[in-house]
Design a binder for this molecule. Structure first.
Ligand SMILES: [Zn+2]
Length: 310
């Protein structure tokens, strides 16, 4: 009697009724459950693949939706408006008309000039990322049209060593400014970065001066520079071109600062005010011109470019 009861549970777990004709199948299932009790012995190669990234859970409100739904909502949580982190590919798709744009300076690649090794050799780290993604460095530049108006957009990819500022980003940034001056185009930079790339040491820090100097040339040419800060923007970025925009704008809820909240708290030994370093806090304290919802981003940028033109 007891044995029968156990069998019943097992058959229900498999989601099928047990019929005498399926005795053989049932035998197989029963043996599978027996095996489970002794520990699962299925090799990794035999395991069934579960499609990756099919469902997404919002880190802010735990709302669950499919990747397609999230993509349709421009990676903004439909329930709480949390802005998920996205890369240059997604931002270009959001901004440029029909997702048509020309990538610029894509041939420049990072390399280990100093033979730097931390936990890993820097070159090895670069090779691994190059093998894993299509990204050549932490910034991609493209020229295209936003509601019919041409603009150069440089966007960071956090995926590539935390969107860190190295000599390649500095060079791409500078060439993008030259391109804007040559073609009389507005310039927009979307920042998402942990700061300077430590593996490039002083070469990385030199980019702060280089990019800031380049922006002065853009300003002399009377061309607008829009800096958009997204979650997270820290260190060398907020200490240089991130905060130098003719307009400094940000996404809602983005963490923006120089040092992180934990470091500041440890240094000052004081509790930080609520919402510290969030874009809303920065707006209130005069660091930002406005906060833009991702769903209104394209509209807003097109408006701004028109305003600057007149
Ligand atoms: Zn949410």
């Amino acid at each position: 009697m007891k044995k029968e009861h156990t069998e019943d549970i097992e058959s229900r777990l498999t989601g099928e009724d047990v019929k005498p004709a399926e005795q053989e199948v049932q035998e197989e299932k029963r043996s599978w459950f027996k095996r489970k009790r002794q520990g699962i012995l299925t090799s990794t190669a035999d395991k069934k693949e579960f499609p990756e990234g099919l469902w997404n859970k919002c880190p802010s409100c735990n709302h669950i939706c499919t990747t397609q739904e999230l993509k349709a909502a421009l990676f903004v949580c439909p329930s709480c408006n949390y802005h998920h982190r996205i890369g240059s590919k997604e931002y270009f798709e959001i901004l440029f008309d029909k997702n048509e744009y020309t990538p610029l300076f894509d041939e420049i690649k990072s390399k280990d000039q100093l033979g730097f090794t931390d936990l890993k050799n820097y070159q090895k780290r670069l090779d691994e990322i190059h093998a894993k993604t299509d990204l050549k460095d932490s910034m991609r530049v493209a020229v295209g049209k936003v509601h019919g108006q041409e603009i150069v957009v440089a966007c960071m990819d956090f995926e590539f060593i935390g969107g860190s500022l190295g000599s390649v980003m500095g060079e791409k940034f500078s060439r993008a400014v030259d391109y804007c001056i040559q073609h009389k185009l507005p310039y927009m930079v979307i920042s998402k970065s942990g700061g300077a790339r430590m593996m490039e040491s002083a070469f990385s820090l030199m980019q702060l001066a280089k990019t800031s100097g380049k922006l002065a040339q853009l300003s002399d040419a009377k061309l607008p520079y829009i800096s958009m800060l997204t979650d997270p923007t820290f260190g060398g970025i907020s200490a240089s071109f991130g905060m130098l925009g003719d307009l400094n704008i940000a996404e809602p809820g983005a963490l923006i600062g120089f040092a992180g909240p934990r470091v500041i708290k440890e240094a000052t030994k004081k509790d930080l005010p609520p919402g510290f370093q969030k874009s809303e806090f920065l707006l209130e304290h005069g660091f930002l011109d406005f906060i833009v919802d991702r769903k209104q981003l394209k509209e807003k940028i097109a408006q701004l470019v028109t305003l600057f033109q007149h």
